[in-house]
Design a binder for this molecule. Structure first.
Ligand code: ZN
Length: 149
């Protein structure tokens, strides 16, 4: 680990602690005695998402976040809940351990989570996400939700 101050290669760890999903280490350079911080994280294998038209794009946490935020825009849902859902989905997608994941699989994970959070956001997200052919099952889902009230 190179010292950011002098470029020296000798440092010692003076503190180690858990930081979110990683480990944070405080180090002290043996050459210049200055301190710096390093983070250690598990390298998550990020799969490609296969879209409905066959195009592939890397799994993008920010894009997922924007999509869910859009569906939740006018709903009384805390940003923390949305972030938790995004992290949950990201974690689940990564732990599939696959090189490619169907966008449908990702969407289903989001819908599952949204359904718990807010019925309307769930419907809004589904209406964008579900192909037209499946609108009949969508309608049944709406009926089911109405009955529950
Ligand atoms: Zn140094």
């Amino acid at each position: 680990m190179k010292c950011p101050h002098c470029g020296g290669r000798n440092s010692r760890v003076i503190d180690t602690r858990e930081a979110g999903d990683g480990i944070r280490r405080r180090r002290e350079c043996k050459d210049c005695n200055q301190r710096f911080t390093t983070y250690e994280r598990v390298a998550l294998f990020s799969p490609m998402v296969v879209k409905r038209d066959g195009r592939r794009e890397p799994f993008d946490r920010d894009k997922l976040m924007r999509g869910i935020q859009k569906a939740c825009a006018k709903r009384p849902i805390a940003i923390e809940d949305i972030e938790r859902l995004v992290s949950q989905v990201e974690h689940r997608v990564h732990s599939l351990g696959k090189a490619e994941v169907d966008s449908r699989v990702v969407g289903d994970m989001v819908m599952e989570g949204l359904r718990e959070l807010d019925d309307v956001a769930y419907i809004l997200f589904a209406s964008v996400y579900i192909p037209l052919a499946d609108l009949e099952s969508m309608r049944q889902e709406v009926d089911r939700l109405m009955e529950r009230r």
